[in-house]
Design a protein around this ligand. Structure first.
Ligand code: PEP
Ligand code: MG
Length: 363
């Protein structure tokens, strides 16, 4: 673990005095959250909940939930998942103490989470009470040619609302539990990959019904926020509609870049080098904001959302959030915060300060 010296702290405190942009972190584990706090993170801007399912028993139950053919079988798997999710969120809330935590609902590229081999399918079929052949056919039916543009994000919550229900329960129960122990957590639930207001409305309705029932039953007061990612061009273009249902926006510039350029975030590196050497691109659009394209979409979204909801919170949580050039751009367009990986938090704090100084000097 890197040591943080007193001189560094003093220097960074000067930067913090100047900047207006908040810096949060992307973190899915208490370890990352604590590391980011040491680096000065002022909250979690993105907790990717699908990252909480890599461990063996968890992925098994995740696969059960995805491949189950009936709601009952899916609910059985979700019952198994709920306790870990609840304790995951409790730990994150505890690690972040007074700082806000944004929990992004499931957004798995489905192909990475499906069983791949017969050895993986066999125990799964048994636990679901299906024959091996039936489950194999079911898994085949879930495979997609283009998973990154497929059945993920809020689309999964629309087809399987039980998943959003379970995640809401886990978030709300975790917040109630830590608040009983003296914290004052206001959970922020973030719905991914929204392209149409009706998708957001549908999922938000599931979230609010579930949350309100739990809160009422517990007899406590618990404010919570529901917001969305802006990561599909159509969401940016219809942000006035979307802002009616979202208390905050977080720009997902990884997907927004992928979909604005129309090239795959997983494969573009294979040809982009040629683009740099031939001066077609100056730099990697997945690393630095493309002000003309993706940046314009962000600006359009903000211009459309502000009149509808003047106090809307605006953040960014794509890889760009820790890139100094992008941080400057985010300052200029008036975001509330950037969110980046823990080790980039100090750099983002400095870049935010530099952006504020530049603005004051009229540059
Ligand atoms: C994004 O798309 O920019 C984002 C933060 O979400 P993910 O990387 O998980 O798709
Ligand atoms: Mg995304």
């Amino acid at each position: 673990e890197p040591e943080i010296s007193g001189d560094f702290e003093t220097f960074m405190s000067w930067a913090d005095d100047v900047r207006t942009l908040k810096v949060r972190t992307n973190a899915d584990t208490p370890r990352d959250a604590l590391q980011a706090r040491k680096f000065g993170a002022e909250g979690i801007g993105l907790c990717r909940t699908e990252h909480m399912f890599f461990e063996e028993e968890r992925i098994f139950n995740f696969r059960r939930m995805i491949t189950a053919e009936t709601v009952e079988a899916r609910k059985e798997a979700l019952e198994k998942i709920l306790p870990y999710q609840r304790s995951d969120f409790k730990e994150l809330f505890k690690a972040m103490e007074i700082y806000p935590v944004t929990i992004r609902f499931l957004d798995p590229p489905l192909h990475e989470f499906l069983p791949h081999t017969d050895e993986e399918i066999r125990p799964l079929a048994e636990s679901l009470g299906m024959t091996f052949d039936a489950l194999k056919a079911r898994v085949e039916s879930l495979k997609e040619f283009n998973p990154m543009m497929g059945h993920r994000g809020c689309r999964l919550a629309v087809t399987y609302p039980e998943i959003a229900e379970m995640q809401t329960r886990a978030v709300i129960e975790a917040a109630i539990a830590v608040n009983k122990e003296g914290q004052n957590v206001v959970p922020e639930i973030m719905i991914p990959l929204v392209g149409d207001i009706k998708e957001l409305k549908y999922v938000k309705d599931v979230v609010c019904k579930t949350a309100d029932a739990i809160i009422e039953e517990a007899g406590v007061e618990l404010p919570y926020k529901v917001g969305t990612m802006i990561e599909i061009p159509r969401a940016a273009l219809t942000a006035d509609e979307i802002a009616k249902e979202a208390e905050f926006f977080s720009f997902g510039t990884n997907d927004l870049t992928q979909m604005t350029y129309g090239f795959s975030r997983d494969d573009a590196a294979k040809f982009l080098n040629e683009y740099y050497t031939k001066n077609i691109f100056e730099s990697d659009p997945f690393a630095h904001i493309d002000e003309n394209g993706v940046g314009q979409l962000m600006q359009i979204a903000i211009n459309k959302a502000k009149p509808v909801r003047p106090d809307i919170k605006l953040g960014i949580c794509g890889e760009h959030g820790g890139d100094p050039r992008t941080v400057e751009f985010c300052h200029r367009i008036g975001l509330t915060y950037v969110s980046c990986s823990p080790y980039r938090v100090p750099l983002a704090r400095l870049a935010a300060a530099q952006a504020a100084v530049k603005e004051k000097m009229g540059k």
